[in-house]
Design a protein around this ligand. Structure first.
Ligand SMILES: [Zn+2]
Ligand SMILES: [Zn+2]
Length: 388
């Protein structure tokens, strides 16, 4: 059956490739993915499916489903947002296309075999910094869905290694501007932001392996002869142990206070997007993914440690059984994520072909989920008995 599903996807590969390249050629950042959302919906409509867009109150989200008989409901997620300036440096054009390919393949099985249950495709925008899935979950997008899957490009084919919980904080320092050479009355907001980065750098040595902190300066002044009265930076605080996020946040806020005291500035700290939860890995679906990919001739590498990145798919996976494994974006290099090299690979043959094998593997997991009650129970049992 896996080979049959892979062959079905292969038979649609030309139009899927055009779709993937089209989204790749039109990169849009979080919540602005109007072209990609409309393009994905048009593709599904032309394939004979109805789509709902906007969905869950999110303008660039959509939903599509197939199946009429009551039964289990299995969902695929498709992301399609890009990074500012780098374009599809996270390869979400391939995620979108793989989600659609997986959905089409499972819908085909439901139709051909008159299966009970449904296949659902969720178009989930704004993973990069916007928390699209968090908003969709709050609006009830997972209601009635029994399991959800998504595949993401990476350096290697691998099962889901999990991910870190992540909060994003924006800090604005307010001071008093002055001529930089006559500065006795100045309160230097640039000093404050630099001291905060220094404090974070010193703190890093004491961080546990599962934690990461990193930031950028968004406003740091305009000309050298004016002391800035306002600076602004953003940080991500991540941990693979979700309860650790509050520990990190407290220490970080103390460092902001320290920068205020040392400079006389005042600071505002506010979250700039919802918290991404750590990913709860479904071990049953994860093992099935590895098996399928290997059967399709892919080399699968087992992760050496918990994943250090974060995704709003984590918020999905904490509510229903979910898995977020990876496929290689290239067969000849291992480009770093969020790089221009990664972006280039996301528009080339190998990345696309691997995405289609990953899609077939996810569709096969969906097929088993709909047709094999023992498998379905094992998936649910693993979810119920695993820690968050
Ligand atoms: Zn990314
Ligand atoms: Zn990504």
């Amino acid at each position: 059956m896996l080979n049959k599903i892979r062959a079905f996807i292969e038979s649609r590969k030309n139009e899927l490739r055009v779709l993937s390249d089209d989204i790749w050629n039109h990169p849009e950042i979080a919540y602005q993915e109007k072209y990609a959302c409309a393009r994905a919906c048009r593709f599904l409509n032309e394939a004979g499916f109805q789509t709902t867009a906007p969905y869950c109150g999110v303008e660039t989200a959509f939903r599509c489903e197939y199946g009429t008989k009551p039964g289990p409901v299995f969902a695929f997620a498709s992301e399609y947002d890009a990074l500012p300036e780098i374009g599809h440096g996270c390869g979400h054009n391939l995620i979108c296309t793989a989600g659609i390919a997986g959905f089409l393949a499972l819908a085909e099985r439901i139709k051909e075999e008159n299966l009970p249950g449904r296949a659902v495709l969720l178009g989930t925008p704004a993973e990069e910094g916007g928390g699209g899935k968090v908003r969709m979950v709050e609006a009830g997008c997972l209601k009635g869905i029994d399991a959800v899957v998504m595949t993401h490009p990476s350096a290697k084919n691998s099962p889901d290694p999990g991910s870190t919980a992540n909060i994003g904080l924006e800090i604005t320092f307010h001071g008093r501007s002055s001529h930089a050479a006559l500065a006795e009355k100045a309160i230097n907001a640039l000093d404050a932001v630099q001291l905060l980065f220094t404090a974070v750098s010193y703190f890093r040595q004491q961080l546990p392996e599962h934690a990461r902190i990193h930031g950028v300066i968004l406003d740091g002044g305009v000309v050298p002869n004016v002391i800035p009265d306002m600076t602004r930076c953003r940080f991500y605080l991540r941990s693979g142990v979700e309860s650790w996020i509050s520990v990190l946040e407290k220490r970080f806020r103390d460092m902001v206070k320290g920068a205020e005291l040392m400079t006389g500035c005042t600071a505002e700290v506010k979250p700039f997007r919802p918290m991404y939860r750590s990913r709860k890995i479904n071990k049953v679906m994860n093992a099935e993914y590895v098996k399928c990919m290997e059967e399709l001739g892919m080399v699968v590498t087992m992760p050496e440690h918990q994943g250090r990145g974060s995704s709003d798919f984590g918020n999905f996976s904490q509510l229903i059984p979910g898995v977020h494994p990876y496929f290689a974006v290239s067969n000849t290099s291992e480009p770093p994520g969020h790089s221009t090299e990664f972006c280039a690979c996301a528009g080339q043959d190998a990345g696309f072909a691997n995405a289609m094998s990953a899609a077939a593997s996810l569709a096969f997991i969906g097929y088993r989920f709909l047709t094999d009650p023992e498998f379905r129970c094992a998936v649910r049992k693993d979810f119920d008995t695993s820690a968050s």
